[in-house]
Design a protein around this ligand. Structure first.
Ligand SMILES: [Zn+2]
Length: 329
């Protein structure tokens, strides 16, 4: 028996080559199937209830326990992922951003992904943002463009300087209201003028989410508006409202709220949020901190996860560092 669990995080899982946005940063369905075969070979996939039971009773888990988690309720999770899980007899956990599902809006973070996937020459986007800065200088307190380029145009392990600039400017750097306005303009210009239809094609419907739940999948909270819940612009009251609205959504689809699982948007939380979660009987919180969770040491409300990219996507590959770590854990 063991007190370690590897919790794997997935976002887009799709037939990338045959999709309208092959450039979207997602996991190809063929590689997902390979990864699932690798996981079945080396791990024991457990359910949300197995983990909640173990945490509730301080019991141990089977050796090499692993949990499959899917963020943001993309329709891919219904059309591509759930048939694979069903065929393999594996449970999964799904975390819908409730407001997007209910009101058919597209999250800004998703809009940015599709803007980037729709414009091959990213300097077009950089220049558009520069022009927007000049246009909005009278209404917002903005820095010169050289300042922003120096701060945000820094290439990462996965992305070019231009891509990082667009992401960082629109996700973090600019004032929140302006970020939203520019993202919206770019989405309308380069992706779709019909956000509602796009949203319906991107996310699962309530019926699809309920269907997963009836088929034994676990549906948990991913907030209501998908905010950074540790942001200084979010008060404790706002946090409570976010959680309560997401729970109202879960209740409407028939979830048992005597114990439940929170998956923090962007992995972001703080002390006041943890207090609210305890008041509401939340038993597990999932972050984006990278690691294997240790039930003896970790706070159950702030468990680390691994990304799909941390495990091999080839069923025949020998155990990689994270698998070896779990074996020797
Ligand atoms: Zn999310």
């Amino acid at each position: 028996m063991s007190h370690y669990i590897s919790i794997i995080m997935y976002h887009y899982v799709r037939d990338l080559k045959n999709s309208r946005y092959p450039e979207i940063k997602g996991l190809d369905i063929a590689l997902f199937k390979e990864q699932i075969a690798y996981i079945k070979k080396h791990y024991n996939v457990i359910s949300a209830y197995d983990l909640m039971d173990a945490i509730g009773s301080n019991a141990d888990l089977p050796p090499m326990s692993l949990l499959l988690t899917f963020d943001d309720a993309y329709v891919d999770h219904f059309t591509q992922v759930s048939p694979v899980l069903d065929e393999q007899g594996l449970p999964g956990l799904f975390f819908p951003p409730a407001k997007s599902i209910l009101e058919h809006q597209v999250l800004d973070v998703n809009k940015i992904h599709f803007i980037l996937a729709s414009v091959p020459d990213k300097t077009v986007l950089v220049n558009y943002i520069y022009q927007s800065l000049d246009k909005n200088r009278s209404s917002y307190d903005l820095e010169p463009k050289e300042f922003y380029w120096k701060k945000c145009g820094v290439p990462s392990r996965y992305d070019t300087a231009e891509v990082m600039f667009v992401k960082y400017m629109l996700q973090v750097e600019l004032p929140e209201k302006l970020r939203h306005i520019i993202t919206d303009e770019l989405f309308k210009k380069f992706v779709s003028s019909d956000e509602k239809s796009f949203s319906k094609e991107l996310y699962m419907s309530i019926d699809q989410i309920s269907c997963l739940q009836r088929n034994g999948m676990y549906i948990g909270s991913h907030g209501f508006e998908h905010y950074w819940l540790n942001s200084i612009s979010i008060s404790e009251d706002d946090q409570r409202k976010e959680i309560d609205l997401s729970l109202k959504f879960l209740k409407a689809i028939g979830s048992d709220l005597s114990r439940w699982i929170m998956c923090y948007p962007y992995g972001a939380y703080n002390e006041s949020l943890l207090t609210i979660l305890k008041e509401r009987n939340c038993s597990i919180g999932l972050t984006t901190k990278v690691g294997i969770a240790d039930l003896e040491k970790d706070n159950p409300l702030t468990l680390p996860r691994l990304d799909t990219n941390d495990l091999p996507k080839n069923s025949n590959e020998s155990p990689n560092e994270w698998t070896i770590k779990a074996i020797s854990g």
